[in-house]
Design a protein around this ligand. Sequence first.
Ligand code: GLA
Length: 660
Amino acid sequence: MKLLRTIALGALVAAALTPAAATASASVTPGDGLALTPPMGFNNWNSTNCRAEFNEDMVKGIADIFVAKGLKDAGYQYVNVDDCWALPTRNAAGDLVPDPVRFPNGIKAVADYVHSKDLKFGIYTSAGTKTCNSAGFPGGLGHEQQDANLFASFGVDYLKYDNCNNEGVDAIQRYTTMRDALRNTGRPIVFSLCEWGENKPWNWASSIGHLWRTTGDISDGYSSMLDIAKQNWALAQYAGPGHWNDPDMLEVGNGGMTEVEYQSHFSLWSIMAAPLLIGTDLRKASPSTLAMLSNRDVIAVDQDPLGVQATPLRTGGLDVFVKPLKNGDKAVLLFNEGDATARISTSAAEIGMPGAPAYKIRDLWTHTDRNTAGTIAATVPPHGSAMFRVSMDRQWVKYPPAVDAAATAPTVYAGAFPLVTGGSTVTTTATNSGRLPALAVNSKVVGPTGWSVKAASSPSTLVLTTNKSFSTKWTITPPAGTKPGHYSLTVTTTYAPNSTSSYTLEVVVPDPAPKAPAYLSDLPWLRTSNGWGPVERDHSNGENQGGDGNTMTINGVTYAKGLGAHAPGVIEYYVAGNCTTVTAEVGVDDEQGTNGSANFEVWADGAKVADSGVLTNAMPAKPLQANVTGATLVRLITADGGDGNSNDHGDWANAHITCG
Ligand code: GLA
């Protein structure tokens, strides 16, 4: 990524040497009764950054929506403003001054408005001389008491205290000074440390603040969300009432992830007892975004008063998390990190439930109650998740057996998109984990309008007993002329007593394969993923919006054609066996100075057919040639060279494919 920050290296050492500093004076926490469950609310940063739309109208509008759309009733409480609320200079008295264009009536008027809705108001500054935005708004270092007093006079209930421009002052010292300043105001203020996990705050911050960021900033993409989740889930032991790990604010609704990915994001944050700070502009949110953020079954897991962050029972791609809840129930999350549909399974014994003939299991996304003989399982789509609440319930017989539906289609390699090109086969499977038999089991597949879906084997069975599965084969044909794109096939399995279970399989109708030689930047791709921003055609990677790259330049040589990637990234083409050779001149673009390194691989279906080895900014472009004869799918993979992905702008200059 582009942004390099001032890092207080000395503070790392100080943190290790002076743990006592954290407890030197009476603490804000524990025992002040704040943030006994993870804070829930809103922060504008992920949706607006510093743009003009961040203003009084927005903040008031969010408070209105909290009330009008039931988010307040669902538990969201804090309406928080982030960086860029102040002017770049303090006034003659040394006070921060609200930007009069964004906040013409000042901050107190906004806080008063938020309070009038019986909500709470939060603000932002940095434990440095300036905040993180490049415009350089004043930070709190050296002004702690004056700023804390001002915030208290505004009616602030929550302070996010950032880390930029910290002048190398020890982190414990900087955050303790502000804690004491806040306490001196006499106003209860939740204190959110935002030093990105640099000084391992989980080791020292529980007596300083109520929550601490564990990672760098989230961005609105699956790989960022996953990377942050992984760092945060390893820190479960440090979280508890009044002192939480903070994996950064939610991106749900901002458009950079699929619904499936956002559901995983929200489920992961909830099972990790993370703060739930909505990061989308709710004034523009879709009904499905509002519904996701309002899922009370999932929120109840996040907000459970026992305050335990989930333990990762199993990780490595098909992940299982368990979170004990106050009433003895356990919340379970099954999460599929990867690109291939997979069944993920655990058991009542593995999650630590006492032995019993059966349990009640509630699906927290479909809100249905079932009985299980012990298996807790689901077929989980790529990047997807299933979330349950498992209870001891002597009355388990009241609930139908837990039958889960699944649909799968063959793929060219594990993790490839299931392609539908006419007459494709889909298999549906119903599995009964219940103690009771499922009766009159019947599966039905529904495709988009006009698609032909024919059962090639029986779709029904009379009895499905405990831990038995039943499969049906289907032949799927889209109508001639179907537009290339992603389509959903939904299997719905009905069974007695009175139950349904469904699963949606995403299939892809590819663009026609190339029949003549072409630059790859002139062809439609089947998919891309990219470490930072979108892949660019005939330009380098600009990290943010599409079209923001530069002329591709490797070691001073410029290229008019090619693909601009950012590790880790994949660019995939459907070529249907028509092509023979991929060529490119690969290297790390000059625009990121001297820090980038990447390696460039070409894959033909499931096999790697070319690898550049690690290339750095200092090296000239390397010619790459790959034999892709017979392949259905060709992938260009940009990997990070083994050292993380900072500055890894990978250029596939002159990338070309020979076909026909
Ligand atoms: C840092 C923080 C972000 C946001 C910005 C504002 O990057 O980590 O959450 O507050 O600063 O400039």
